[in-house]
Design a protein around this ligand. Structure first.
Ligand SMILES: CC(C)C[C@H](N)C(=O)N[C@@H](CCOc1cc(O)cc2c1C(=O)N[C@@H]2C)C(=O)O
Ligand SMILES: [Mg+2]
Length: 340
């Protein structure tokens, strides 16, 4: 590739309302936006990083600064995988390279990737852990959602009350729960039995990363998804016998290039595939939407938490997410979905 100009910016994406986790309140997602250009074309990528690994905006900026000469030399996406480690910084650059390459070739990214034209995807809408009543109210506010993901905290009795409250409010919806590493192995039988009573269809990351062997031999009628356990391609094989599904996020694995490889490897190993997000605007969802075409479960709800998304942005219509050609990567528009 020819030499590239690089522009790196940080942006605070203000949240509609504060998001709480144990001892921490998030008011905004801080993202890094990378724009790469040659004399005629541009490509953009946005990354939120991985907060539980310390991969925040400052860290991503430092990583990008250290690799600026190598990036300016115009690496291929494959070469980039050797230049930067998995994480947000590589995600932003990889997505920018995809969009740049697509613009040069005059085709949308999905075509460059050798994929079929995209379709709208049923997405989950996530409920932050809160009082059961408040979660039930928000579940009703997600009027268009057909799939709801419920955040749990590891407080077993309260968590089961949360799930029951959401189920009572939304008897029609597909429900999944996300433990975000909050449980211990001794709670799993009771947790799974309680979730089954509420017809929950997915249990994401119940145990802490590092405790995966404790899932071996667990016979769960509810599929288990590995999220924090499965960061990048090197972790995929470790899911076998422990998880049924892997949750791929471009911020964890370092971009769409590796995300597609992870999906391919997961299928080869007989695992299900989910695409998730660490937060971010529509510019982050666009590349994940390309990967989402390969997935069984889609969790691309980042923009619904924002006070202001980018325009043009992804659309949520009747519980589906659609990323049009103008959002990222030049996908071809399809009938029935027009951009705002
Ligand atoms: C709020 C998320 C973007 C919703 C998404 N569907 C999701 O559940 N994502 C991840 C984890 C990323 O979650 C984040 C990111 C962040 O920057 C701050 C927070 C969280 C979170 O869960 N709580 C705090 C506020 C997932 O685990 O699948
Ligand atoms: Mg998760």
């Amino acid at each position: 590739m020819a030499r590239l100009t690089i522009s790196v910016a940080t942006e605070k994406l203000q949240l509609l309302k504060p998001f709480r986790i144990s001892g921490h309140v998030f008011e905004a997602f801080e993202v890094v936006v990378v724009t790469l250009g040659d004399s005629r074309h541009q490509g953009r990528g946005e990354a939120c990083g991985v907060y539980y690994l310390g991969d925040n905006a400052a860290h991503m900026l430092a990583v990008l600064d250290g690799a600026s000469a190598a990036i300016a030399a115009g690496p291929t996406r494959e070469e980039l995988r050797a230049i930067l480690p998995p994480g947000g910084a590589r995600n932003a650059v990889d997505c920018a390279l995809w969009e740049l390459e697509a613009a040069r070739a005059g085709v949308p990214v999905w075509q460059l990737a050798g994929k079929a034209a995209p379709r709208p995807l049923r997405t989950t809408f996530t409920l932050g852990a809160d009082a059961p009543k408040a979660m039930a109210t928000t579940a009703l506010d997600y009027a268009q959602a057909h799939a709801i993901k419920i955040k749990l905290t590891g407080e077993l009795d309260l968590d089961l009350e949360r799930v029951a409250a959401v189920r009572a409010a939304r008897p029609d919806a597909w429900l999944g729960v996300d433990g975000n590493q909050g449980f211990v192995a001794g709670q799993l039988d009771a947790l799974i039995a309680g979730l089954q009573l509420q017809d929950v269809r997915l249990l994401e990351q119940p145990l802490a990363r590092g405790h995966e062997t404790e899932l071996e031999g667990l016979r769960s009628p509810i599929p288990l998804a590995g999220d924090e356990s499965i960061l990048s391609l090197r972790d995929v094989a470790s899911a076998v016998g422990r998880y049924d599904v892997i949750n791929i996020k471009l911020d964890k694995c370092g971009g769409l290039t590796e995300g597609l490889l992870m999906a391919q490897e997961a299928r080869r190993l007989g695992l299900g595939v989910m695409v998730g997000n660490m937060g971010g605007s529509s510019l982050s969802m666009g590349p994940s939407f390309v990967l989402g075409q390969e997935c069984d479960i889609v969790d691309l709800d980042g923009p619904i938490f924002l006070a202001n998304d980018r325009r043009p942005g992804v659309e949520y219509v009747d519980g589906d997410v659609w990323s049009g050609p103008e959002v990222w990567g030049g996908q071809v528009p399809i009938a029935g979905f027009t951009s705002r």
